[in-house]
Write a protein that binds this ligand. Structure first.
Ligand code: UD1
Length: 426
């Protein structure tokens, strides 16, 4: 297993570029299932989750070409024949977002077999709302041997009110509704930019959708969708992680190729912490003299403060003067990074869904373990200001969602390198 070796102390200076959003790319790749024609997606990030989705689609019979570098991170997907409409457990267990194929598969082929995702590090994460929605659209769903099987002659439009706001649930059912007979009205939808990005692709494929990006979405089903070309949005979570990296190291960093409009809650919070932010058209400059003040956060659905930035913000809070409270409202068990930050010298206590961070504490280097994607990013941020050399184990979590993180950070002055396992295990 690869490790990162990080030596703290350098302020980050210069320009760092943001890649395409993994959480947009995953549903957009699944959307290709809805048509026999070719779908071309640009600005696909080169991360492990995308490779997993490629495997998932090819295992069903799709042709997927992924090209990076000169090919501008472009993927060509053609689902002319879906000979095996099954999402196998071996793939689903490594990536929960595999359940995004459920809606498009049943809409296109009338049958879908998808392994049920197991538990994961940040809580139970059920998919009951995906199932409930498909049943309301006329699918019959059965469960056997750890798989869900959905069948229908043709989905029909329905009125679906989500009991709880779910991002992939909204995306999954939105895709299903594009090919259903008649109108589907969704209420209490997720408003995340990734939902809007997916809807933009679906509309380019011939879908009839109104209201994406608001909590009410209306879809008029069509008989067939066609191919399209679409450019994936910049990754707002990667951009946010870089803003935090600039702020925590007392740097002067230009975060380029991002979409500032998607980062409102984060920018406001950093300003409250005393960080200087200058917003451009597609870049954000972050400057900090290292003098940070405490400011509380509560994670919320978009446009609130994202749960995917909570762990990174907690690393920042260890360097702020005063007491910060961090309340996690979206997922249970999303404080896995706390114990590792404490091992580096942070003063954090947790009570239920709230963590209290008392700063400022000087962090010490340590050997620490990455437990999930965003927790890993929080440990990198802490290591960038710790005294001495930290070793981060299990960086495969990071590789699921951050493209060449160590190279990008090295380019702006961080001392970080990847170390392969001496025994050659991946
Ligand atoms: C997506 C993102 C993830 C982010 C999360 C919240 C992708 C691939 N992943 O995950 O990075 O952290 O949104 O912004 O886009 N829930 C149910 N039943 C369901 C579905 C969800 O109870 O059927 C609950 C979950 O347990 C959780 C909450 O709803 O408490 C929100 O989850 P959801 O928005 O679905 O997260 P994901 O879409 O899995």
């Amino acid at each position: 297993m690869d490790k990162f070796v990080v030596r703290g102390g350098n302020p980050l200076l210069g320009t760092i570029k943001v890649s395409g959003a993994k959480n947009s790319a995953l549903p957009c790749m699944a959307a290709a299932i809805l048509t026999e024609d070719e779908v071309i997606l640009e600005n696909i990030p080169q991360v492990q989750d995308i490779e997993t989705e490629r495997k998932l689609l090819t295992s069903m019979g799709a042709e997927v070409q992924l090209g990076y570098g000169r090919a501008q991170h472009r993927t060509h997907i053609k689902c002319a024949i879906l000979s095996d409409p099954v999402a196998k457990y071996e793939i689903v267990k490594t990536m929960r977002a595999s359940s995004l194929v459920l809606g498009p598969l049943i809409a296109r082929t009338g049958i879908a077999r998808v392994a049920m995702p197991g538990g994961c590090a940040i809580g139970g994460r059920p998919i009951d709302l995906h199932i409930k929605g498909l049943e309301a659209m006329g699918a019959t769903i059965t469960q056997d041997h750890g798989y869900l099987e959905a069948r229908t002659d043709r989905l029909r439009g329905a009125h679906i009110v989500f009991d709880k706001i779910t991002v992939t649930g909204t995306e999954d059912l939105l895709m299903a509704a594009t090919l259903a007979e008649g109108e589907t009205l969704f209420e209490n939808c997720a408003r995340e930019p990734e939902v809007t990005d997916l809807a933009t692709l679906l509309i380019a494929m011939g879908a009839n959708i109104e209201g994406a990006g608001t909590s009410t979405i209306r879809v008029q089903g069509v008989a067939r969708l066609h191919g399209a070309r679409h450019r994936i949005n910049p990754d707002r979570i990667e951009a946010g992680t870089f803003l935090m990296a600039g702020a925590i190291t007392g740097g002067d960093l230009n975060v380029d190729c991002c979409e500032p409009a998607h980062l409102g809650s984060l920018i406001a919070k950093l300003e409250q912490c005393g960080v200087r932010i200058d917003v451009g058209k597609d870049n954000i400059r972050v400057r900090s003299g290292g003098q940070l003040t405490a400011s509380d956060i509560t994670t919320e659905e978009y446009p609130g403060f994202p749960t995917d930035m909570q762990a990174q913000f907690m690393a920042l809070a260890t360097q702020a003067e005063g007491t910060t409270t961090v309340t996690e409202n979206i997922f249970e068990n999303r404080f896995m990074h706390v114990q590792e930050l404490i091992r580096m010298g942070a003063n954090i206590t947790v009570s239920g869904r709230t963590a209290t961070i008392r700063g400022k504490t000087s962090l010490q280097s340590a050997a620490v373990m990455c437990s999930d994607l965003r927790a890993s990013a929080s440990l990198v941020l802490a290591a960038l200001v710790a005294d001495g050399e930290s070793i981060l184990d299990r960086v495969y979590h990071m590789d699921r969602g951050y493209e060449r993180l160590e190279e990008k950070l090295r380019g702006v002055g961080a001392q970080i390198r990847r170390m392969g396992d001496v025994f050659g295990k991946k």
